[in-house]
Write a protein that binds this ligand. Structure first.
Ligand SMILES: C[S@@+](CC[C@H](N)C(=O)[O-])C[C@H]1O[C@@H](n2cnc3c(N)ncnc32)[C@H](O)[C@@H]1O
Length: 208
């Protein structure tokens, strides 16, 4: 497949009754623990974006971390997903820190400077990844960070293709893990001091 072109057959995870349970349940929280994934990347007072927030498992975790002075912008194509985030945020008293934004498949359509942007299990659903990453690049503050986590079913080759698109859009990998069981990358808008490239299939050894 020529990865430089939009992928017209990309499927978006649809809204359906029960999607909240499907994407936000104890089993998923165990294997995809928000605290472990976010580490020290999201802190008090930050402005952060959850791109492709779905039912908001990570939106809510980030809202807890940014505190009352911070803000989380939850972005999704589907109104049903945003409605779920709204309901859960109200229930937990986190609604004042969360802004909901419905975008289109062609554009994120935000004008902010974010300290941190997160995309979990969504980039493989984006048909024109290079265009998408360019927009992400424009939203990042100079010291901002962008974390991408993808499911194992997409495969190493597709994740490597994503990395190539991100780089040509100006996002530099600061950490890169592309193994059989993990696809995760942390990007910054400028070259970082060192790029840690890891492929767990090679014994988990760092490869610089
Ligand atoms: C598999 S779900 C993951 C949801 C959430 N990130 C999580 O891990 O719980 C992917 C979500 O990304 C959204 N999505 C797909 N393409 C998108 C795009 N171009 N812009 C914004 N959201 C998108 C879908 O609507 C869906 O809600």
């Amino acid at each position: 497949m020529d990865e430089s072109h939009p992928r017209p057959h990309t499927k978006v995870c649809p809204y359906f009754p029960g999607v909240d349970w499907f994407l936000d349940n104890p089993f998923r929280r165990f294997f995809l623990n928000p605290d472990q994934l976010l580490g020290s990347l999201v802190r008090e007072g930050m402005t952060v974006i959850d791109l492709g927030c779905g039912p908001g498992m990570f939106t809510l975790a980030m809202a807890e971390r940014v505190g009352e002075r911070g803000q989380v912008i939850a972005v999704d194509l589907q109104q049903g997903m945003l409605d779920l985030v709204k309901k859960k945020a109200k229930r937990k008293g986190l609604a004042p820190r969360i802004r909901l934004h419905r975008n289109t498949a062609d554009s994120i359509g935000l004008a902010v400077q974010a300290d941190f942007i997160l995309s979990v299990y969504m980039v493989h659903e984006v048909s024109n990844q290079e265009l998408f990453f360019r927009e992400v690049h424009g939203l990042l503050a100079p010291e901002g960070r962008y974390l991408v986590k993808e499911p194992i079913f997409i495969g190493k080759k597709a994740f490597a293709g994503m990395g190539a698109h991100a780089r040509s859009a100006g996002l530099e990998p600061l950490e890169w893990v592309n193994g059989r069981f993990t696809h995760k990358a942390l990007f910054g808008p400028q070259p970082g001091p060192a790029v840690l490239m890891r492929d767990p299939d090679f014994g988990g050894c760092p490869v610089f």
